[in-house]
Ligand binder design. Structure first.
Ligand code: IPE
Ligand code: IPE
Ligand code: MG
Length: 251
């Protein structure tokens, strides 16, 4: 049988220098170390981290990025001390209350992915309000991953497919990559072209494991609270010099 490209990779141009990225994902790491280096509480690092979010959203609009996905809080981050979790949830509420109107004026559509059942009810209400009030915006889709874990997301997708099969609505052989991807939180969002992780750590930490299959990875030493437009532009420049091959041979 002749080799067929994988369905999810069809349509990609191989071996060409990409002008994008259309979708940038960021693991925003290093808030705690930023604070520690200044003898400040970790919460101070998270607060400065929220300022960096603001800068990077605006910079992304300016740099022509269409989708920006930020890892804000992982499923595993629930294990942190309760006071730190409270600080982070408080910051999130503050951000949702104060910043969404301004983001909306900049043309930003807001979306949250992750397990909402674990988030405080008041936060979920603010998220839903932000999602509906910005639903008409088209300049940049900002997706924040909160209480998000990629393995949990994939297990939930598998469960929902299994349920459809067990109840006779779906034939197991009909399951393909497109159908699986539609059961993920990221349904409707293209896969990231570029993933940036700050703070010198070089791991994925349970973020978008399915979606990152052919994403270009860029690791930077900059701690997240120090990250700004120049760092984003530098990562994008690195991305543009990469040769994306998707498994094919290029000349
Ligand atoms: C990233 O900074 C923010 C979250 C994970 C919520 P960290 O809090 O992980 O900072 P470090 O890694 O301890 O420096
Ligand atoms: C990943 O950072 C999660 C977020 C950035 C929200 P962590 O700081 O939690 O990851 P590990 O523990 O270093 O892998
Ligand atoms: Mg960290």
């Amino acid at each position: 049988m002749p080799a067929q490209p994988l369905p999810s990779l069809q349509g990609h141009a191989t071996g060409e220098v990409s002008p994008g990225p259309n979708h940038v994902a960021i693991i925003m790491d290093g808030n705690g170390r930023w604070a520690k280096a200044r003898s400040l509480p970790r919460g101070a690092g998270h607060k400065r981290g929220a300022d960096a979010v603001r800068r990077v959203v605006t910079a992304s609009v300016g740099l022509g990025v269409s989708y920006l996905t930020l890892f804000g809080f992982s499923s595993e981050n629930w294990q942190r001390p309760p006071a730190e979790v409270r600080d982070l949830m408080g910051l999130l509420r503050y951000y949702l209350e104060r910043e969404v109107a301004e983001l909306s004026r900049e043309g930003v559509r807001f979306r949250v992915i992750g397990d909402r059942a674990r988030l405080p009810a008041e936060t979920v209400a603010l998220i839903e309000a932000a999602e509906s009030s910005t639903a008409h915006n088209t300049r940049l889709q900002l997706t924040i991953a909160l209480s998000y874990g990629s393995r949990q997301e994939m297990v939930a997708a598998a469960k929902s497919l299994a349920k459809d099969c067990a109840e006779g609505r779906l034939a197991p052989d009909a399951i393909d990559e497109t159908m699986f991807a539609k059961r993920l939180f990221t349904d409707g969002i293209p896969d990231p072209d570029l993933l940036i992780r700050t703070s010198g750590e070089q791991r994925i930490s349970n973020f978008l494991l399915w979606q990152l299959a052919y994403t270009e990875l860029v690791f930077t030493e900059t701690l997240w609270p120090d990250f700004g437009q120049d760092d984003l532009a530098a990562a994008i420049e690195t991305f543009r010099n990469r040769d994306r091959r998707y498994g094919a041979v290029t000349t």
